[in-house]
Design a protein around this ligand. Structure first.
Ligand SMILES: Nc1ncnc2c1ncn2[C@@H]1O[C@H](COP(=O)(O)OP(=O)(O)O)[C@@H](O)[C@H]1O
Ligand SMILES: [Mg+2]
Length: 242
């Protein structure tokens, strides 16, 4: 069998001397998708930062396409195809939408036409300045800008946070299309457990930096007691089939 696209084995990581993640393992295939769930402060963002190479890894390994990248710097991981969309929505406020998109673009399947097709609202706003966008449009722009670097995996940190339901629906549809039709691998950190589980095949629940539960999203959807215990949000969605 081929190596997974991304693999973490017993990773211990944190900031300086302080350890946040302890013993995290996961595997993601070329078109795989993983939800990372858990309460505030359990280490979800730290996990994405660790995949990107921004934390101090004190034990375990991070492997990309079978190659040990544990010691790689963030920019090298980005060039290798790991795309990260931070919780911050850090766009360039004084550049237009189109300039934001083209500033860090690399050649590949995701070009202006493809991202405008995925996010028609950005096409309508192409000459607007970054600081003249709604929160939802800014989130679309940060995702689209990362897509323009043509990554092989997209790490999304709470992309739906604070957005109106209609925008959540638009973004959710785009994320679903990226993974289902475009076969983009996905790690989705979310507080909205129901939405996240419907978008992904696998789920990882983190509690105090360790895996409290890992398995198929469809199995987690059925376990309301476990969700109440570790996530504490009501779950009303359907898991992704298959
Ligand atoms: N840059 C940092 N330096 C030191 N500690 C941090 C830093 N970022 C986060 N932490 C700590 O790591 C823990 C996990 O935080 P985080 O990964 O942001 O959680 P989550 O994304 O699940 O809300 C928290 O205790 C937080 O205070
Ligand atoms: Mg976070």
């Amino acid at each position: 069998m081929a190596d997974p696209l991304l693999s973490l084995k017993n990773v211990q990581a944190g900031y300086g001397e302080s350890i946040v993640l302890d013993g995290i393992s996961l595997d993601i295939e070329e078109d795989g998708s993983l939800s990372v769930l858990g309460r505030n402060g359990v280490g979800k963002s730290t996990l994405l930062l660790t995949i990107m190479g921004f934390t101090n890894v004190s034990a375990g390994t991070v492997t990309w396409r079978g190659k040990d990248i544990t010691g790689w710097l963030p920019h090298k991981r980005a060039r290798a195809g790991i795309g990260w969309v931070s919780q911050e929505r850090d766009i360039f406020p004084s550049l237009t939408v189109e300039e934001n998109l083209t500033v860090a673009a690399s050649p590949g399947r995701w070009d202006l036409k493809a991202v405008y097709d995925l996010f028609p609202r950005l096409a309508e706003r192409r000459t607007n300045m970054g600081n003249h966008l709604s929160g939802g449009e800014q989130q679309m722009l940060t995702i689209a800008r990362t897509l323009m670097t043509n990554p092989a995996i997209l790490l999304l940190d709470e992309p739906l946070e604070g957005l109106a339901p209609i925008v959540v629906e638009e973004l959710t549809a785009a994320i679903e299309r990226m993974n289902d039709q475009e076969k983009m691998a996905l790690v989705l950190v979310e507080q909205h457990a129901s939405v996240a589980l419907a978008l992904t095949e696998q789920a990882l629940v983190i509690e105090r930096g360790a895996a409290a539960w890992a398995g198929a999203s469809g199995d987690l959807v059925k376990d309301q007691a476990l969700i109440d215990r570790y996530i504490g949000l009501n779950l009303t969605g359907q898991a992704k089939a298959g």
